[in-house]
Design a protein around this ligand. Structure first.
Ligand SMILES: C[S@@+](CC[C@H](N)C(=O)[O-])C[C@H]1O[C@@H](n2cnc3c(N)ncnc32)[C@H](O)[C@@H]1O
Length: 256
């Protein structure tokens, strides 16, 4: 039988690759490693890449194994999920991996100007009701700009037509340079071997959506520092397979 949540939380407390700062704790508490992740934790000068909403951290760990000279940090608020990636990284002795448990809304408290080179958003909740909560909204883009290098890359891998369409409008409205885009990743020809390997990493949510027959979409774009960011004012068809009106009490009507 697998470990229960309490045992996982106890592990997380002592894991050297996990930093836990949920909202309540982080309020007005300065974070010592801000601007010093490389010096204090990674002990190298390599670039830093974040996976936001990392869940079990498949991308954080998978990319870390592929790129030993890059540092990867998975960020999520759910500790029991993060435990999986943190445990694997420790077990495999991956020194270029860390996990930060916090709310992404306050992510700029943990990283200093230019400290991060790329951001991965893997199967993020589309937040169909609340644009501000979407991890590709201008609200979040403004926060990312505070620590992402000028022109740093943002990757979005998703099942959600809603989030993908919204992000495409956001990218176009703000003239953010598009680096690559496909609406059907696994039927896209001509990708080089390394790109195939990177985009072939499958997360827990991705496997679930693939089993349900959904296409996986992927885009990457650059986020320059210049210019004001504008929210796209568009109507986007909802994802029909997700419940829009969530009922937290009923598992039957609760989507993801
Ligand atoms: C749909 S899951 C995807 C998890 C993983 N990337 C995967 O593909 O399996 C979305 C994850 O984002 C996290 N998340 C969503 N909004 C967040 C926020 N504002 N702050 C921290 N974590 C958040 C959730 O806790 C959840 O683990």
């Amino acid at each position: 039988m697998g470990k229960g949540k309490l045992a996982k939380f106890a592990d997380m407390e002592r894991y050297e690759n996990v930093f836990q700062y949920p909202f309540s704790v982080a309020d007005n508490v300065p974070f010592d490693m801000k601007g010093r992740w490389r010096e204090i934790y990674f002990k190298n000068d390599n670039p830093i890449v974040l996976e936001l909403g990392c869940g079990k951290g498949e991308y954080t760990v998978g990319l870390a194994k592929m790129f030993p000279n890059v540092n990867f940090i998975g960020v999520d608020i759910k500790g029991a999920r993060m435990w999986t990636g943190a445990t694997q990284a420790l077990g495999e002795g991956l020194k270029n991996v860390a996990f930060l448990r916090t709310n992404i809304e306050i992510i700029d408290r943990f990283f200093a100007e230019d400290e991060v080179q790329e951001i991965w958003l893997t199967f993020s909740d589309p937040q169909m009701k609340n644009p501000r909560k979407r991890l590709t909204s201008t609200y979040f883009m403004e926060r990312y700009r505070r620590f992402l290098q000028d022109g740093g890359t943002i990757h979005l891998k998703t099942d959600s037509n809603f989030l993908f369409t919204y992000t495409t409008y956001m990218q176009q409205r703000n003239n953010l340079p598009l680096l690559f885009r496909t609406e059907d990743l696994y039927h896209t020809e001509g990708l080089d071997a390394q790109t195939n390997e990177i985009l072939g990493i499958q997360t827990y949510y991705e496997s679930m959506w693939i089993e349900r027959g959904l296409n996986i979409k992927y885009m990457k774009f650059a986020l320059p520092h210049d210019g004001e960011l504008y929210e796209p004012e568009v109507e986007i068809p909802l994802d029909e397979y997700r419940s829009y009106h969530r009922d937290k009490r009923s598992s039957k009507t609760t989507a993801v």
